[in-house]
Write a protein that binds this ligand. Structure first.
Ligand SMILES: Nc1nc2c(ncn2[C@@H]2O[C@H](COP(=O)(O)OP(=O)(O)O)[C@@H](O)[C@H]2O)c(=O)[nH]1
Ligand SMILES: [Mg+2]
Length: 346
């Protein structure tokens, strides 16, 4: 490209008008944060023309994705996720890594973006040239938020970020969505020990590849040690998520920056163990296929919701099904036929 051509491409990529997928892709590959941010905005947009460019862009960048260590980080509010992310992110960039932090939080439609407020807790990381922080896309269903976060993850990988941290609040179903898009799921707990264990859903523990007991500092050290033992025992009683890896329980202090190297070592060990067993590849392939089917389900559902004839039929069919005048299968098929015969809108 000549200098003028390059300038024109840049203008097209960053202008207020519809961006050019090829120019954006080039910007992202070159590590431009502006291009990356713009691309994520496109992915998050519900406008059809934006979605078209976003999908073109993702298709073009697909060969550049998949090179990062994908980490999920979950934990109850107040356990120290933001503080830990800041400390861990700073540690990793210090080791020469490029770190992207994305959030998945369907409740952010109400709260206005969880990480945005958290950015004040991630002051250093937010200003770090080797880190990229993006709050949760606001609005929509968990499925919608999850899709946009997944696609944002692919974009950050194409931009050369080699560690992606996807943060979620440990309430509701969002941790399952996160576990379904990452290589390793890290659960952050505080030294509450047994009491806390009562409050955590067993399901979340079962998702964890690594448990980090945060706030292991000062007066809290003995409690943190006790909690570590309790969590180890609890994990012992559970079926391991993966034959190639047994979940670890580590101590850390995000505030003091302690235990971070140990956490990173566990992440590396997990990665190697899964890779060695062919599990990493298998897991990512299964995740990609499951994602496709989620898209199909969501697409069909969205098309059904948008169909006016279906809208008129639904109350009657629901009543028929409830009163036993029609079988659920027959009613569902009647509605699906409407969508499938349209040939558009999906
Ligand atoms: N003692 C101690 N406090 C911490 C630590 N990490 C976080 N905190 C405090 O816990 C509170 C919640 O932290 P925050 O990162 O916002 O938690 P989040 O809601 O999970 O993101 C804040 O007051 C932090 O200062 C730690 O390692 N040790
Ligand atoms: Mg937070």
């Amino acid at each position: 490209m000549s200098g003028t051509e390059k300038k024109q491409a840049e203008r097209r990529a960053y202008s207020r008008e519809l961006p050019d997928a090829a120019a954006l892709a080039q910007g992202i590959r070159e590590g431009s944060r502006t291009a990356l941010a713009r691309a994520i905005t496109l992915v998050e947009s519900s406008r059809a023309d934006h979605q078209e460019i976003a999908q073109k862009l993702l298709a073009e960048l697909l060969p550049d994705t998949g090179k990062a260590v994908r980490l999920g980080l979950s934990g109850a509010p107040g356990v120290g996720k933001s503080t830990f992310t800041e400390a861990f992110g700073q540690f990793l960039t210090g080791e020469g890594h490029k770190v992207a932090v994305l959030a998945i939080d369907p409740s952010s439609a109400r709260t206005g973006g969880s990480i945005l407020g958290d950015k004040t807790r991630m002051e250093l990381l937010a200003r770090n040239p080797n880190a990229f922080i993006r709050p949760s896309p606001s609005g929509g269903t968990l499925g919608g938020v999850a899709r946009r976060t997944r696609e944002a993850m692919l974009l950050t990988e194409a931009a050369g970020y080699d560690v992606v941290i996807i943060e979620t609040v440990g309430v509701g179903q969002s941790e399952t969505a996160v576990a379904d898009m990452v290589d390793m799921f890290v659960l952050l707990l505080s030294p509450g020990g047994g009491d806390e264990l009562q409050g955590i859903k067993r399901g979340i523990m079962e998702l964890a590849d690594l448990i980090v007991v945060n706030k292991a500092d000062g007066d809290l050290i003995p409690a943190a040690r006790r909690a570590q033992i309790e969590y180890k025992t609890a994990l012992h009683l559970m079926r391991p998520k993966n034959a190639a890896w047994t979940a670890h329980v580590l101590l850390a202090s995000a505030i003091k920056g302690e235990g971070l190297a140990e956490v990173w070592k566990a992440v590396r060990d997990h990665h190697e163990a899964l890779k060695g067993a062919g599990e990493l590849d298998r897991q990512r392939k299964a995740q990609a296929k499951a994602w496709m089917w989620t898209e199909i389900r969501e697409g069909l559902f969205a098309a059904l919701k948008a169909d006016e004839r279906a809208e008129r039929l639904i109350p009657g069919l629901e009543a028929d099904v409830a009163e036993g005048r029609a079988t659920p299968t027959a009613a569902a098929r009647q509605l699906l036929r409407l969508v499938l015969n349209r040939g558009n809108g999906v």
